[in-house]
Write a protein that binds this ligand. Structure first.
Ligand SMILES: [Zn+2]
Length: 190
């Protein structure tokens, strides 16, 4: 496996609508290797999501999730539950928004390092996609998981989280975010 180079804001690949994968190609060694490398890259940079265009591959594919933390099971605090994101590989996603509820929360992006800003997203979604075995899947997600899936799917359409900000008043460098806004919370890049 290898750690891939991440495209930063300004690279045209981040502004290009990515191509769908043919279901028959999903199981190819090239795509399976790409998925493994994307997981390794995401974990190396402590991200919570990574889309293929962020590693210079203009394909409708992303990985997301956090390995479970020790003590997760015994600690059922409300915020902790919202922050948990299962490991997933999502290919050719189609998102449907469920209900009209939105949530406003901080985001960061591996392609816009050391910056945080608040973004409004749908609170609950359903996603139809293929998984890494080429099987059709349908998942329901809410809270932070739904936020990550929306952020990553935006990358497949050439959209960055800055485009989704209603106002830039909360746009912060990481040092200032930690000092004035975070209240000790770690907001991962994705
Ligand atoms: Zn991002």
């Amino acid at each position: 496996m290898s750690i891939l180079k991440i495209a930063r804001m300004g690279h045209p690949v981040l502004r290009t609508r990515a191509q769908p994968l043919e279901p028959a190609d999903i199981k190819s060694p090239r795509i399976q290797q790409l998925i493994d490398d994307m997981f390794e890259t995401m974990q190396e940079y402590q991200g919570v999501g990574l889309a293929a265009p962020q590693v210079h591959e203009s394909l409708r594919l992303f990985v997301a999730g956090l390995p479970p933390r020790p003590g997760d099971d015994d600690d059922e605090e409300e915020e902790g539950e919202d922050d948990r994101v299962p490991l997933m590989t999502i290919i050719n996603p189609e998102i449907a928004i469920i209900g009209g509820d939105t949530a406003d929360d901080w985001e960061g992006c591996l392609s816009i390092p050391e910056i945080r800003g608040r973004v409004t997203r749908a609170r609950e979604i359903k996603v139809k996609a293929y998984d890494r075995r080429g099987q059709r899947i349908e998942i329901s997600a809410r809270g932070f998981t739904a936020r990550v899936i929306q952020h990553e799917t935006d990358h497949l359409d050439g959209v960055l989280f800055l485009d989704r900000m209603a106002s830039f008043e909360t746009l912060s460098y990481l040092d200032e975010f930690s000092k004035y806004w975070s209240r000790g919370r770690n907001v991962r890049e994705e």
